[in-house]
Design a protein around this ligand. Structure first.
Ligand code: TYC
Length: 121
């Protein structure tokens, strides 16, 4: 994750030497702070418990789509089994959406009811 340093907006950062002239002195297009330096919103991917999906299938799913070790995957699976819901990871919107779809598709292919969803952080 790269995070560019936040630069002061509407100040004398127009690259010319002086505080006035050029586009300086508070004159600029009001587009840069949001479009270029704003951090993207993050989303939690949540795994939901059910009574039918085998524990080992949930562990395999967490390893495959969330790059977890077998130890971490087992810990998350047991948390979901006991508490009903658990966090698989935190991602930008499109990555989270892709992971949710991958989990649901994988479960469906194996005829398990395992469900996964996402929630804004
Ligand atoms: N509750 C399931 C069982 O007892 C196991 C399970 C764990 C299912 C986590 C889904 O997200 C889940 N076989």
């Amino acid at each position: 994750m790269s995070s560019a340093p936040q630069r002061e907006w509407m100040s004398d950062d127009d690259g010319d030497a002086g505080g006035s002239g050029g586009r300086g002195a508070g004159v600029g297009l009001a587009t840069r702070p949001d479009s270029k330096t704003a951090k993207p919103s993050l989303y939690k991917v949540l795994m939901l418990n059910d009574d039918y999906t085998p524990m080992e299938f949930v562990v395999l799913t967490l390893q495959r789509f969330f790059k977890m070790t077998i130890e971490d995957a087992t810990r998350v699976m047991l948390h979901v089994h006991q508490r009903g819901v658990g966090v698989c990871g935190i991602f930008t919107y499109e990555v989270a959406e892709t992971k949710v779809n991958q989990v649901i598709d994988f479960a469906r292919q194996h005829q398990h009811p395992l469900q996964c969803t996402m929630e804004k952080e």
